[in-house]
Design a protein around this ligand. Structure first.
Ligand code: BGC
Length: 502
């Protein structure tokens, strides 16, 4: 991608200084095709390292104990719990078979206080919310089938933080992300902490499964799209999981053929060795709650995109290249510029950028922007947003490349490039196998769903890394509410395997 194509024609009313600064910034934020390729190779290398050792690696590559995928015929009623940000969702999912399901759900707000409170307090809040949901929604009358045969409700818990799993219903928290920092959780078993809180609060619920939201998203999508290979989140945070051949998981011996691996890709390139990290990213990282962690997440996800943009805008203001050198109290505040403003600005196709002017006035207290100011603000959003989409595609492509070169997609004849130097995988006639079913990538998250052009920018980069057939073979699809439905499916998988082994 050529960043200069985003800069205005030389007859535009930009000063020399504006043009010079913006050219520098555009260069810093541009991820070329060659860079995408280098990053993909490095990513695959890190995946393999993470799969081969117990020593902590930048990509944790966590075995999830979720083997196999649902096929849409599963039945039963399960509770699902989804905690990954400021909202806690409690759901009752009724799987009806034939790819049909029904959901009842209620959201509860996890206050700023609770996000930093002792973990026992957080878990008591969760238990109380489940209790309230069961009573207020008359859940017992809606159950069509009690999976365990007793009147205990089985629950799947989507917990969207890095957890080292030891079984489908056990796992210890490695670290908090996304602004959470509750003492007493890191190093402890999340299922046990929740089960204790449920028992303490007399809630007759059994925690049957613990999963990451990426795995939930993949499972939920599988219920309606067979051949779902990747589950990814591009929202407040980011992460991806994929189906790995268990022979590649050197850290354990397993009976099954395939297992979902939670890559925890937000921590890719922890040492900042290959990502195109700018001074604006470094500033954000330094001021964050978890400096030096989740570097990749901080370049991609909704929690951070606005802050990177704000850092760039302040730099331009300080160089008198924007708003005549004047900021506002609002724009000077940490996190004041949100990713949702970028969405509005990027979607603003009006000639005088009216909607951009409105965002600047209403939310940032900047009342006197010129046309050039607004063009610059839009350009900065485009640069930050495009980089995020291209890096998101790179990580997705790396998971697919690992599957094609060494994992569960090997020998399946997909017409995709597996590395820069290899020819595309083609059959004897020089074509890819057109009869192959598409490879589904299940995606949830506000950035993918709402950020303008994110999906098409991802597809462009996928083609650059995986070759021209990528657009036909790889299907990026929204899996809304993957966390809820996926948790229920994981609870089903867990209870069925317990019943089967009895
Ligand atoms: C967490 C992941 C999660 C992702 C998306 C990241 O901050 O570390 O576990 O999957 O956010 O919610």
């Amino acid at each position: 991608m050529d960043s200069s194509s985003l800069l205005p024609k030389s007859n535009a009313k930009w000063t020399e200084r504006q043009r010079r600064l913006l050219t520098e910034i555009a260069n810093d934020f541009t991820v070329s095709t060659e860079k995408l390729e280098t990053l993909t190779q490095q990513f695959v290398h890190q995946m393999r390292l993470g799969l081969s050792t117990h020593d902590p690696q930048e990509l944790a590559m966590i075995p999830t104990f979720v083997t196999g995928r649902p096929d849409g015929h599963e039945r039963g009623s399960y509770l699902a719990l989804d905690l990954g940000g400021t909202n806690l969702r409690v759901c009752l999912i009724t799987l009806k078979g034939n790819h049909q399901l029904e959901t009842h759900q209620k959201a509860y707000t996890v206050s700023d206080y609770l996000q930093q409170a002792d973990v026992a307090e957080l878990m008591d809040f969760i238990a109380a919310s489940i209790k309230e949901f069961i009573y207020s929604e008359h859940i017992s009358s809606k159950i069509v089938e009690h999976p365990s045969g007793s009147d205990t409700l089985e629950l799947g818990f989507t917990f969207s933080f890095p957890v080292s799993q030891t079984a489908i219903d056990a796992g210890t928290l490695l670290r908090w992300t996304k602004g959470f920092d509750c003492p007493g959780a890191v190093g402890n078993d999340i299922v046990m902490l929740l089960q204790l809180a449920l028992d303490r609060n007399d809630v007759n619920v059994h925690v049957a499964a613990l999963i990451n939201d990426t795995v939930g998203t993949a499972l939920a999508h599988s219920y309606s799209h067979s051949n779902t290979f990747v589950g990814a989140i591009f929202g407040t945070g980011t992460n991806g999981a994929y189906l790995e051949d268990t022979r590649n998981i050197k850290t354990m011996t397993l009976d099954s053929n395939d297992m979902f691996i939670n890559t925890e890709w937000g921590n890719f390139d922890k040492g900042k060795n290959c990502l195109p990290v700018t001074i604006f990213d470094n500033k954000l990282d330094r001021e964050s709650i978890n400096p030096s962690f989740q570097i990749f997440e901080k370049m991609i996800s909704g929690m951070y995109l606005g802050e990177i943009t704000r850092n760039v805008l302040l730099h331009l203001i300080d160089h008198r290249a924007l708003f005549d050198g004047a900021s506002s109290t609002q724009l000077n505040m940490h996190s004041a510029f949100e990713a949702k403003f970028m969405s509005v600005i990027e979607a603003d196709d009006s000639e005088s950028l009216n909607r951009t002017a409105r965002v600047l006035e209403r939310y940032l207290d900047i009342h006197l922007s010129t046309q050039t100011d607004r063009e610059i603000v839009k350009l900065v959003c485009q640069l930050v947003g495009t980089r995020a989409a291209r890096l998101s595609a790179m990580a997705t492509a790396a998971l697919i490349r690992q599957g094609l070169e060494a994992g569960s997609l090997r020998n399946q004849g997909y017409p995709l490039k597996t590395s820069l130097h290899s020819e595309e995988s083609v059959d004897q006639n020089g074509n890819g196998d057109a009869s192959r079913p598409p490879l589904h990538v299940a995606i949830d998250g506000s950035v993918f769903e709402h950020y303008p052009h994110f999906e098409e920018r991802m597809y462009d980069a996928l083609v650059e890394v995986l070759g021209k057939h990528a657009k036909d073979v790889v299907k990026l699809g929204i899996a809304r509410d993957g966390s809820g439905v996926g948790a229920a499916l994981a609870a089903l998988i867990a209870t069925k395997s317990v019943t089967n082994s009895r």
